[in-house]
Ligand binder design. Sequence first.
Ligand SMILES: [Zn+2]
Length: 505
Amino acid sequence: MIYEVVIGVEVHAQLRTKSKLFCGCGTTFGLSANSQTCPVCLGLPGTLPVINQAAIEMAVRAGLALNCTIATNNVFARKNYFYPDLPKGYQISQYESPICEYGWIEIATNEGTKRVRIRRAHLEEDAGKSVHVTGTNGSRVDLNRAGTPLLEIVTEPDLRSADEVLAYLKGLRDVLISQDVCDGDMEKGNFRCEPNLSLRPLGQKEFGTKVELKNINSFKFVKDAIEYEIKRHTKVLSEGGKIQQETRLWNFDRGETAVMRSKEEAHDYRYFPDPDLVPLQISKELIDQVRSSLGESPVARKNRLEQEFGFSEYSIGVITSRKDIFEYFEKCVIEAEKIGFEKLGFSKMEVGKELANCITIDFRGLTRHGVTVTPPNPLLFDVNPYSEGIVALTIIPAKNLLELVVMKMKGEISGPIYKSVLEKMVNTRKPATEIIEAEGLKQVTDEGAIEKIIDDVLAKNPAQVAQFKEGKQQVLGFLVGQVMKASGGKASPGKVNELLKRKLQ
Ligand SMILES: [Zn+2]
């Protein structure tokens, strides 16, 4: 028997608002427990929720970017259940009338482009977090996260493999990041995904019994968990067994799923409209205004970057991984356009590539006020490659970064000096020319001065000179290195090469 895999996905995306969904508490990740709480998000009696306008706008923005219809009349509902990290005993969510419906997103598959339908996306508040302290008997509750705004995005069961699920998740995350409504960081839990999966005999219309998967916090685990479940279902079904409808947890240590709760234990949430919140009307003006500012889609952007700069898919992934980083790159390119590529002496593609290298690689390991700037991590595609450290990058005015990069391209400064000037720019905010001037780092291009150093180095290394004359070409590199070192890295490498070769003839 050949089986067809049917998968749908729920994603909880945390919206990037400064404050929570129904109170003014902050949403910063990683602060000390319960430091971002107030009577409203603690669920104290007598408090009333007030909806956050920014969250509404972000939900509308995400919905429109995902080709959804936006509901102008919104009702919030109470989803009732008991859990220690849910102070009110219910979660405010949307039930019958989600803010976004009937959208879609296109993904690339082996068989070409495929449209994945989005059934709905609704706004809800997050719960807090239970912290189980090892070495003690107790558990603690941290309510910093209670009340942060989530957009729950639910697909139709349109996906047919783990790879399609990954393509969907990456595509969805790209859209949310490009619209600046979500950080998309799975490890920090602000982009959580729960696939549901069933198998049916190929050609059968009716769906099989499905299981839901939880506790997955990286793209790799999504793939592993789905592939594990496909194997498990296939085995059970082909042996004539029955799949139980249940929720399963992914245990990444053991590489397998385990039952979390069965259908019998499933909650009855007793949804009803929240009497504390009047129906929320979203004006057509707001929808139109957001629609007109959606800008370029991630797919169109990817195509443009490939065409204009010849970037690889990997480079595009890094440079567009955060909206502020991408905008910074574009600002630098605009500065180059203002000067003109002809005047700079390089093509747009050449300048763009150097800028991208600088932004995505050269910031690696720099320190700002003694703290190492967190570098992008190219190997972990599922981890947001930038953290707070990247702020260091964006404090350099685009014009100044371009100036430095072009100096390096022209060979006016050597590699090591380029890197140290970059670090000084991060720390002092001064332009490169000023730093180079003040510290006497200007490249030595004066032939007489370089020749003097070369003569010195040749006199000190007669053995290497003899080897070179015997035909050992690779000794040249050593000699260039010695000259560069003797000049304090200031000699122009091009000039050194040229003069050395001339002298050794
Ligand atoms: Zn609060």
